[in-house]
Every structure is written in C-alpha cells, then in structure tokens.
Design a protein around this ligand. Sequence first.
Ligand SMILES: Cc1cc2nc3c(=O)[nH]c(=O)nc-3n(C[C@H](O)[C@H](O)[C@H](O)COP(=O)(O)OP(=O)(O)OC[C@H]3O[C@@H](n4cnc5c(N)ncnc54)[C@H](O)[C@@H]3O)c2cc1C
Length: 415
Amino acid sequence: MEFDIGIIGSGPAGYTAALSVASAGHKVVLFEKDLIGGVCLNRGCIPTKTLLHVAEIYDLANNSADLGIFTDNCKIDFGKIYERKRSVVDKLRNGLERSFKNLGVTVINDEAKIIDKNTIVAGNEKYICKQIIAAVGSSPRIIKGMEYDHKLILSSDDVLNFERLPKSIIIVGSGAIGIEFSRILSALGVEVTVIEIAENLLPIADIEVSKRIERIFKSKNIKFYTKTSVEKIDKYEDRVKVHLSNNQNTEAECILLAVGRVPNEIEKVDGVSYIGDVSGSVQLAHYASKQALLKVAGIPFDETLVPSVVYGNPEIAWVGKREQDLENGTYQKSMIPISALAKSQCDNALDGMIKILVTENKIIGAHIVSKEASSLLQQIIIAMQFGITVEELKSVCFAHPTYSEGILECLMRLN
Ligand SMILES: Cc1cc2nc3c(=O)[nH]c(=O)nc-3n(C[C@H](O)[C@H](O)[C@H](O)COP(=O)(O)OP(=O)(O)OC[C@H]3O[C@@H](n4cnc5c(N)ncnc54)[C@H](O)[C@@H]3O)c2cc1C
C-alpha cells in the first residue's frame, strides 16, 4: 500500500501531524499499538487534569467555611471520580477517532517497524510512504533496584488506574508530574510525602516559585524532604518503608516514582523525522504538536518560548529566563503578591505571585503562581515573541477585576 506520509504514534505529535496533512488532502497512514491519543490523552495531561478538577472542588468544599458555606458531610465516591475520568478520556478519544475517519486517515492498530526511510511494516503488511514521521513518545524512567511492581512501587500510569485511594503515598521526584500528583492525592485526603534530591521542590522552576510551592505544601500539610534521596526500599505485604539519605525513614502504602520519562525505542533511520517526546527534547504535549506543525506545515515556533505549566491550586506557569540563571545587574525585576489583586480577594485565592524579569525594556522571563496562571502567561508570551516592549504593554487596557491586570500592576512597579 502506498501513502504520502506514514506516521507512527497517535499522541499529540502524531495526531497533529496526521490531521494537518490529511486536511491538506494528502494520503496518510497512522500506526498506533495502544490507545489512540497517546500518553497525553490516555495516561497524561487529560486524566490528570480531570482528577485534579474534582480534587480541587473537594478541597474547596472542605475549606469553604470562610465563604459562609458549610459542608459538614462532604464525601467522595472514588469509583464515580475514576469513572468520570474514564468517560472524559473516552469522549475525547472518540472525537479524535472520528476526525481521523472524516479526513480519511488510515489507522492501523498495530506496532510499526521502520525498515527504511520509505518503508514501514506492521503485521504482515508493508506500507510504502513518501515521508515517515516517528512520534512514538516516552515511558516512565526505570531506576535500578526500584523497578515498578505496580502494587507497591508505582508509575504515573498505575496511579491513574487505582482501584481505591491509598491512605498514604510517598512520591519520589518533584517535577511537574510529582507535584501534580501530590496536589491531586493530598486534596483527595491521601497523606502525601514527597522526596526530592535537589535543594528545592520543583527544581526546574525559578527559585522564588519553588519556595512559594514549599510554603503552599506546608500549608496543605504535604510533607516533603529536599536534598534527600532514597537509599533503600523495604517492601511488606501492604506497605513500604523508605530509607532516606538523611538517615530518616518514612512509610506509606505505596510509592509513586515520578523521576522522569525516557524516549521510547524505535529504529533510527536517516531521512525519518522523530518528533515529540521521542526527540529527547522538551517533553510537553504542546511542544510535541508545535514540532509536528513545523515538520508538516512549516509553521515555525520559538523554542525558547515554550510555556511550562504545573497544574493545581494555584497554578504555576513560567517562560523564559529564571532569576537564578541571570547575572546580577543585567536585569530588572518586578514582583507582586497575587493578594494585591482585587480579583484574588473576591475569589479568596490569595496564594501566589507574578514575577517579571526585564532587560532593555523587554520581558525575558515571567514566573506566575496564581489561579489562571496558564492563561495569564500566554499574554506575556505573545509580548515576548513579538518583541512588544514594557512601555507598549503598559499602554494596553486590562479589564478589572481580573488576574490579567496583575501583569500591568507588575510592570508599573518596575524601576
Ligand atoms: C502523568 C502525566 C501528565 C502530563 N501532563 C501534561 C500536561 O499537563 N501538559 C503537557 O503539555 N504535557 C503533559 N504530559 C506530557 C505529555 O503527555 C507528553 O509530552 C506527550 O504525550 C508527548 O506526545 P508524543 O506525541 O510525543 O507521544 P505520546 O503521547 O507518548 O504518544 C506516543 C504513542 O506512540 C505509540 N507507539 C510507540 N511505539 C509505537 C510503535 N512502534 N508502533 C505504533 N505505535 C507506537 C504509543 O503507544 C503512544 O500511544 C504529561 C505526562 C504524564 C505522564
């Protein structure tokens, strides 16, 4: 069988490429050995945010006495929560499958192998393609001596398939995935302990964001150890004991290892394009889909302006330079507490900050901890991408009361 393009993997990289090329009238074959939608839709972005939404409502309901709302008998139905997560994922997957069908994408539900730059084999069939894109994604990193047993030592996939909530969990690693699961599970009433080897939680973020997260974790009774690694794990029938590098130990029903993801294996062939998580670069869904659009439609994007978002209450979002990487005297900084905004007072969402770093009248970095931080950041990215100066941004009219006006407020305080 002959096609214009053969795409392996149906995550954000693969499906974006397939939909774009098929919309332009080309003949596309897409291979997927598992569920359509990849990690993002089935085991990543979507199920986590669906659970997070419920966890936040539960948390809010339990802490709403200040608002004059009393929920003395507030309970969760775990089965229903997970069922809803499944139905959101299924609905989106069905939508994606329908789009493939409508656009005439041939979907092969099988593992694909790349033979050469124009040939893919799946099952007993050979597919000849003018161009091949491998978008085969990534999998949880395995650490020697701490292999997943899917009962006591878990990956994010296992947590998304819980049949009941554990009473307690130890989360190793405080990157985006570790932080998000800490927030989801703790809001649902699980006792969470985070172990992080670096100096601060969320070490990829600006230092002030990390410190803010530590304060938020303390206020939510999420226990954490920084500058601490796991030395040894003792497994028992129904619990684990973790020996830490600080000579302490901690116990829980199970451990989630959130220690990063590694690109999946696929044949490396000259002339084939490798995009998304498998490219070994930024592991984010929006980066994967932008790489796809660059490859198949020539739509460029600025790789230095890829937003990072860690979801939860409040959201954490950043772009560009972090303060700890800048030399003193080479930049200006402005920071406001989110509580300075009228909207945050109305919403009782007071925890957070907006921090903007500037050089020569242009924003070089922005770090936000706030309700709606992900959307707020996008406004700054547009300014950064198109070289809009601080003075020009100050001349924009921001609505009141909003979180957006925090950007203006922050810029007005620059000296
Ligand atoms: C818990 C969690 C939460 C996340 N949350 C976010 C978030 O909020 N925002 C965000 O931007 N990113 C998030 N991510 C990261 C995001 O999911 C990935 O960056 C994204 O899925 C990468 O897309 P991809 O297309 O490269 O690969 P994937 O989504 O991994 O898809 C690759 C697909 O290729 C298939 N495949 C592999 N080999 C073959 C083969 N030989 N033949 C056929 N098929 C094959 C796989 O089965 C898979 O379906 C999260 C990840 C996790 C684990």
